[in-house]
Ligand binder design. Structure first.
Ligand code: ZN
Length: 417
């Protein structure tokens, strides 16, 4: 191929910041080379975070958000333009922080790094018996999930004695669930149903009353001239409190749930989250749940043994992702590990592997002290990842004061006090 002639489009090799005054910055002007690793240093209060996060990343985010419809924008934070005279040649910015990953039990190391998505395709092509496309191996899709636990791998049991005091009557406050105290709306729907004598102790209910009290599915009941919907207490508690993520609950609700709910491994799938068909399909004796439960370092070894030209590029990508995880010291994790249970440092490295495996290029990746809390040998690994992100054609900006990271920088921007 002939070398293309130099074009005007090539004249954008630096991010130009002119007159940045966000927070404590005093009119900072700086050129930051693209596709290089730049470390920002300076004492606390020097404004390095205001420059990197408050100006460069913030403006990139704002400009991208503006491209979404007004409807979608209404769900996003309202960002104002940072205080800066001019900013030129920004690229889309992604902040990779040590924030723990959300408490969604459907997110695992495998789904968060995309390794599980690749593994699903491998099983859909090579697994025997053949049970369907990649969706047949997804615990987040109806076609793959275990019907008993809906792909969660565990089922919840409610402890009746944490919900009610059977030695009391409804009028006497037998229900111990938050928001079900005497005279509350929920209490009124139960008493108003007319199904129970509100002065009878719960322990004196007939078996039918007890069944209705706890387990009756939602039913319309006519009370006087009103229709109300009655549902059993256990049914209602499941709907109101168990369908939610634990982290998003109010503290007193969470305390109740912790008291009243026990999670046990789903007996149908044994915690594997998948239906019987998906679990029957094997490669070299292992099903996809076995693979997900293996240590990632062992799984990388197993995947290395898959030698089939029809999936060679896919297997190569999968292997690269798994080996990246091993390289940065996360080989002890498994793909089925829930993301929410990772520490901040583990979460940050998992996110980095996701970005390393991404086909996106010319992104500005922004890090805030990525080596905080890392052991010295992990700092070297983290530095290796930063360099790999750069070498994929990205701009890497790091706020950091550790000499080990400053040593690998292409450029250092030192902000005075
Ligand atoms: Zn199950």
């Amino acid at each position: 191929m002939q070398q293309p002639a130099r074009s005007a489009a090539d004249n954008h090799d630096v991010i130009e910041v002119r007159g940045a005054r966000e927070n404590n910055l005093t009119g900072v002007s700086v050129d930051i080379p693209k596709r290089r690793l730049t470390v920002f240093t300076g004492v606390s209060g020097s404004g390095k975070s205001s420059l990197v996060f408050g100006t460069i990343a913030a403006e990139s985010r704002r400009l991208i958000n503006e491209t979404y419809s007004a409807f979608l924008q209404s769900f996003m934070p309202n960002l104002s333009r940072p205080d800066v005279d001019s900013l030129r040649n920004l690229t889309p910015a992604i902040v990779v922080d040590q924030e723990r990953m959300g408490a969604n039990s459907r997110s695992t190391v495998g789904t968060a790094t995309d390794a599980y998505a690749m593994l699903r395709i491998v099983f859909s092509r090579l697994g025997t018996p053949h049970v369907g496309g990649a969706g047949a191996f997804s615990f987040n899709l109806a076609e793959g999930m275990c019907p008993a636990c809906e792909g969660l791998g565990r089922v919840s049991d409610l402890d009746v004695h944490a919900m009610v005091d059977v030695e009391r009557s409804l009028n006497d406050g037998a229900i111990l669930v938050p928001n079900f105290a005497v005279d509350t709306w929920y209490w009124q729907t139960i008493v108003g149903s007319g199904l129970f004598d509100p002065d009878l102790k719960l322990q004196d209910f007939t078996p039918q009353q007890w069944q209705d009290f706890l387990h009756k599915p939602a039913t319309k009941i006519k009370v006087g001239s009103n229709n109300l919907t009655y549902e059993g207490l256990a049914v209602k508690v499941r709907r109101l409190y168990l369908a939610k993520d634990r982290e998003s609950m109010q503290p007193h609700i969470r305390a109740f749930v912790d008291r009243a709910v026990t999670f046990t491994t789903c007996a149908d799938c044994n915690g594997a989250r998948l239906n019987a068909a998906a679990l029957s399909s094997r490669i070299a004796g292992r099903n996809i749940a076995d693979c997900s439960a293996m240590q990632i370092s062992d799984l990388a070894e197993f995947v290395r043994g898959i030698d089939d030209p029809s999936v060679a590029p896919l297997v190569a990508n999968l292997r690269e992702t798994l080996e990246s995880l091993v390289e940065i010291g996360l080989g002890y994790l498994s793909l089925d590990r829930e993301s929410a249970t990772l520490s901040g440092g583990e979460a940050q490295r998992v996110k980095m592997v996701r970005h390393l495996g991404s086909s996106l290029s010319d992104i500005t990746y922004v890090f805030d002290e990525p080596t905080v809390g890392l052991h010295p040998h992990d700092i070297a690994r983290m530095n290796g990842l930063l360099l790999r992100l750069r070498d994929k054609g990205n701009t890497v900006l790091v706020v950091e004061h550790k000499p080990e990271t400053i040593a690998i920088a292409d450029y250092v921007v030192d902000l005075g006090p």
